[in-house]
Design a binder for this molecule. Structure first.
Ligand code: UFG
Length: 326
C-alpha cells in the first residue's frame, strides 16, 4: 500500500518513511522543505509542495495512496507564542484541508503526530491519555484543536485515525542514516552535542524546579521507537481497530543535568554548564504513561536507555556537524 507522508522530510517523518519501507509499504513524501531536508528523504518519492497550497485530494488520487501520516506542522513552542497566526494557519487550517481532501478522495486512514503539549502543566505524572488536556501555548492548542476536528470528521465521514502524543522525541537512526536538524535548534540533546562539538558551555534553563536536582524532567523517546509506533498504529487501523489516542514515551524521566552527564559519558568530553533563568512555559516534569500503546498496539520501545539515545544522536551529529547538506 502507498502511504502519503506529509512532512516526511522532517525529523520524525523521515524516520517513519524508512520504517514504512522496511515493512513493505510505499511511502510518498509531500514536504515544502521549509523545515525539512531533501537529504532526509530516503527511499521515497518527494513532492515538493506546501500542503496549504496544493490540491491534496488530487495528490491522494494520483499517487493512489490508501493512508496518510501527517507530520507537516510547525513545532516550536516559543515561536508559537510569538506567531500564533502561523501555528493556527499551518497546524489547524492546513490540517482541515487534509481532512477535507481525505473525505473527498475516499482515503480513510490517518496517523497524526500529536504532542504531550496538549496536557499543559500536568496535575499528575505519569500522564495517561485520560489526563485533562489544558495546553499552555499555541503549539499545544493547535495540536489539540486538530485532534478535535479529526474526531468529529471521523464520526461524520467514517475516517479512522490514531493520534500519537509524543513526549520528547530524541536520538537518531542507529545506522547514522538520519538525524535531528532543526534550524534554529532549540532541543536539549542536539544542543548539548553541539556544545561538545564547538567546545562551548551548555545553558541549563533553571535549577530551582521542584525536582530531585532542581532541573526539568522529561521522558525522552527514541525517534525510531516513535516511527515503529506509527507503523503499528497504521497496521491496527487497517486490521479494523477503532480510532484511538496514544501517549508515546518510555515512562521514565531524566533531568537536564542527568542528560548532560550522559552526554559527557557518551562523548567522553567535558561539558561546562551555564546556569540560566527558567525558560517560560517549561513544565517541571513530563513523563508518559504509555501502557495503552503497549496493550493495544503491542508497542515496546526498542531503545529505552538514555545512553543508546544519546549514542545514536552523537553518531549522527559527529558525522554531520553542519547538519544535512542543502
Ligand atoms: N533545555 C535547557 N537548555 C537548552 C535547551 C533545553 O536546559 O539549551 C531544557 C528545557 O528547559 C527543558 C528540557 O531541556 O526542560 C527539554 O527541552 P526541549 O526543548 O528539548 O524539549 P521540550 O520539553 O521543551 O519540548 C518537547 C517537545 C515539544 C513539546 C513539548 C511539550 O519538543 O514539541 O515537549 O511540552 F511541545
Amino acid at each position: 500500500m502507498k502511504v502519503l507522508v506529509l512532512g516526511g522530510a522532517g525529523y520524525i517523518g523521515s524516520h517513519a518513511v524508512l520504517a514504512l519501507r522496511e515493512k513493505g509499504f510505499e511511502p510518498v513524501v509531500l514536504d515544502d522543505l521549509s523545515r525539512g531536508h531533501r537529504a532526509a528523504v530516503i527511499g521515497a518519492g518527494l513532492i515538493e509542495a506546501d500542503l496549504t497550497a496544493v490540491d491534496l485530494a488530487a495528490v491522494l488520487k494520483e499517487s493512489e495512496c490508501g493512508a496518510v501520516m501527517h507530520f507537516a506542522a510547525l513545532s516550536q513552542v516559543g515561536e508559537s507564542v510569538s506567531r500564533p497566526d502561523l501555528y493556527y494557519r499551518n497546524n489547524v487550517a492546513g490540517g482541515l484541508l487534509l481532512l477535507d481532501a481525505m473525505v473527498k478522495s475516499g482515503v480513510r486512514y490517518l496517523i497524526f503526530s500529536s504532542s504531550a503539549a496538549v496536557y499543559g502543566e500536568p496535575s499528575r505524572v505519569p500522564i495517561s491519555e485520560d489526563h485533562p488536556t489544558a495546553p499552555v501555548n499555541p503549539y499545544g492548542a493547535t495540536k489539540l484543536a486538530f485532534e478535535g476536528a479529526m474526531r468529529w470528521y471521523a464520526h461524520a465521514f467514517g475516517l479512522r485515525y490514531a493520534s500519537l502524543r509524543y513526549f520528547n522525541a530524541a536520538g537518531a537512526h542507529p545506522d547514522g542514516l538520519l538525524g535531528e536538524d532543526h534550524r534554529p535548534e532549540t532541543h536539549l540533546i542536539p544542543l548539548v552535542l553541539k556544545a561538545v562539538l564547538g567546545d562551548c558551555p551548555m545553558a541549563v534553563f533553571g535549577n530551582d524546579y521542584p525536582t530531585y536536582d532542581g532541573t526539568c524532567i522529561r521522558d525522552y523517546i527514541h525517534v525510531c521507537d516513535l516511527a515503529s509506533a506509527h507503523l503499528l498504529a497504521l497496521q491496527a487501523l487497517l486490521a479494523g481497530e477503532p480510532s484511538s489516542v496514544f501517549n508515546l514515551g518510555t515512562g521514565r524521566g531524566y533531568s537536564v543535568l542527568q542528560m548532560i552527564e550522559t552526554a559527557r559519558r557518551v562523548t567522553d568530553h567535558d561539558i561546562s554548564i551555564q546556569l540560566s533563568p527558567r525558560r517560560p512555559g517549561d513544565p517541571a516534569e513530563l513523563v508518559a504513561g504509555s501502557r495503552l500503546a503497549g496493550e493495544r498496539l503491542g508497542w515496546r520501545p526498542r531503545y529505552p536507555e538514555l545512553e543508546d539515545i544519546v549514542t545514536h544522536a552523537w553518531r549522527w551529529h559527529r558525522a554531520h556537524p553542519e547538519g544535512y547538506p542543502a
